[in-house]
Design a protein around this ligand. Structure first.
Ligand code: ATP
Ligand code: MG
Length: 240
């Protein structure tokens, strides 16, 4: 069973600039956290540190009451957190193979891999793209394939770096819907985005990254709407 992961005294320095100096930050199971902040404030840097992909100068990681320096927690972070880049990397092969990739790296039998991949592609309503070369997909399609590829390995935390940036309205809508469905299934999600209003209905906490530290933003008492079975997107809310 997954537990909370807490990061304390996170420091990242580039040259003579202290980019991050975060006292404490916890990600809890089943929650959706939004991190916003100006361009260059350090959001991507923080998400990569959290995912075990970028070494900070300092950071202590605590899970199940065990505290470790980042270097010793790195492999745990890499296995529990899946980081999705804004323009996800696609292997030069079919969508099916791209989604199967994570499972094929495990000992799951081939027949089960095939079944699971089809199941996930249908879940994401991407089955029509299955034979297409993933490198030739649009940005929105890529993002949805990447979300499906992440879901299939069932990480504890999904770390999404600007998942809807530079997308047209239709792609944003489809990506939002997928994130909302992942969250309603209990997936823990951290999103970095400038688009605070767009994600307002699905987030539990909002932090603003400023001067290297995270400031908690009051999101009021409004109830998250994702718990209802209906998928409500910002477009629908605004009656567009
Ligand atoms: N390897 C590096 N060496 C030096 N500086 C770097 C390096 N990587 C990132 N930076 C700098 O760190 C700062 C934070 O970068 P980061 O990509 O984390 O910002 P961000 O908040 O994600 O920005 P954006 O909203 O544009 O995505 C930027 O000023 C960037 O130029
Ligand atoms: Mg960034």
């Amino acid at each position: 069973m997954q537990g909370s992961v807490r990061f304390d005294n996170v420091e990242k320095v580039y040259g003579d600039r202290v980019l991050l100096s975060i006292d404490t930050f916890t990600v809890n199971p089943g929650q959706c956290i939004l991190i916003s902040g100006d361009n260059g404030s350090g959001k991507t840097t923080l998400l990569k540190i959290m995912s075990g992909l970028l070494k900070p100068e300092k950071a202590t990681v605590t899970k199940n009451d065990v505290s470790l320096p980042w270097v010793k927690a790195k492999s745990m972070l890499q296995s529990e957190m899946v980081y999705l880049h804004q323009t996800p990397y696609m292997f030069d092969t079919s969508v099916f193979n791209n989604v199967a990739y994570g499972l094929r790296a495990t000992k799951v039998p081939k027949a089960q891999v095939e079944e699971k991949v089809w199941q996930c592609l249908r879940w994401a309503r991407l089955d029509h793209l299955t034979p297409r070369n993933a490198k030739l997909l649009s940005g929105g399609e890529r993002q949805r394939v990447a979300l499906t590829r992440a879901r299939i390995v069932n990480p504890s935390f999904l770390i999404l770096d600007e998942p809807t940036a530079n997308m047209d309205r239709g792609s944003r809508h489809q990506t939002y819907e997928l994130i909302q469905r992942l969250q309603s299934e209990g997936m823990s999600i951290v999103i970095s985005s400038h688009d605070v209003e767009f994600f307002a209905n699905i987030i539990d906490f909002h932090y603003f990254l400023e001067a290297g530290n995270l400031r908690k933003i009051d999101i009021g008492t409004k109830q998250r709407k994702h718990k209802s079975s209906a998928v409500v997107t910002p477009f629908q809310r605004k009656g567009r």
